[in-house]
Design a binder for this molecule. Structure first.
Ligand code: KIV
Length: 293
């Protein structure tokens, strides 16, 4: 397959939140995270529909244990970098932990992610408890992607990164959360780490697209983390990840070869080297250099 030919042309109209909203039950929506200019460019060139600057930034780029400590400043910085590479996909930025604890804080955070960062929508975690924030954001002009199920910002409450919605009661609560965020005005909802049966029920229960991660093959779209897809993060690999490349290993191999070439003076070669014009070579050789003592 020639991916360059299959990817949409660079002239294609940018994807908007309403475009994604209309994809319910249509062509599956492909979403991927990105955190900077090269990852944004790669995702966009590959033709994904939505690029999310996820707060997974904290783990896969900044090397921290969880997503809780990522700041609004860090998210703005990385969103701005990703925005330079993303020309067509819808660029969504995650609102960090506690940065939308109140409606006022949610509005201030979205203003920065969209105004300074260049995101065209924001994502926040939670269901019923964040309805006032979603309503206020949407009213202010910020499209909202919601996120229910395993919401990593609640890892302390869950006691770890554990699948959610595994009992009938828990499944019912998740359906209510998804319906609440839809009624509040979210244009789509991420469902993370829930049994496929629950993902199916949620997908049937709402008219906005569901974007699954660890939610089986029944949602309206899928999202994965850039570093997981490319084999660049190996601290752990959740069951729901499929690696499409092993770039971590390939990168280490490449750098080992570079190191060996440097040690064996095989790099740089003539083709990597600047040479003086012929007529200057003799003259430059005549320059007398006095070594400084
Ligand atoms: O932060 C993130 O990367 C996410 C997605 C994987 C849904 O929230």
């Amino acid at each position: 397959m020639n991916t360059k030919q299959d990817a949409p042309s660079a002239q294609a109209r940018p994807v908007t939140a309403p475009d994604i909203r209309e994809r319910k039950n249509g062509e599956k929506i492909c979403c991927l995270t990105a955190y900077d200019y090269p990852s944004g460019l790669i995702a966009d060139r590959a033709g994904v529909d939505v690029v999310l600057v996820g707060d997974s930034l904290s783990m896969v780029v900044l090397g921290r244990e969880d997503t809780l400590s990522v700041t609004v400043d860090e998210m703005v910085h990385h969103t701005r970098a990703a925005a330079r590479g993303v020309k067509r996909a819808l660029l969504v930025a995650d609102m960090p932990f506690m940065s939308y604890a109140t409606v006022d804080r949610a509005l201030a955070t979205a203003a920065r992610l969209m105004g300074e960062g260049g995101a065209r929508a924001v994502k926040l975690e939670g269901g019923l408890p964040v309805v006032p924030q979603i309503e206020a954001l949407v009213a202010a002009g910020a499209p909202v992607m919601a996120h229910v199920g395993l919401t990593p910002q609640h890892v302390a409450k869950f006691g770890g990164f554990k699948a959610q919605g595994r009992s009938a009661d828990a499944a019912k609560a998740l359906i209510e959360d998804a319906q609440a965020v839809e009624a509040a005005g979210a244009f789509s909802v991420v469902i993370e780490a829930v049994p496929v049966e629950v993902a199916q029920l949620i997908t049937d229960a709402v008219d906005i697209p569901t974007i699954g991660i660890g939610a089986g093959n029944v949602t309206d779209g899928q999202i994965l983390v850039f570093h997981d897809v490319l084999g660049l993060f190996d601290r752990f690999t959740p069951k729901f990840v499929r690696r499409y490349a092993e770039l971590g290993e390939a990168s280490t191999d490449a750098i080992v070869r570079y190191r060996d070439d440097v040690r064996r003076t095989l790099f740089p070669a003539d083709k990597n080297t600047f040479f003086m014009p012929e007529d200057q070579v003799d003259q430059v050789r005549k320059i007398k250099i006095k070594k400084k003592k």
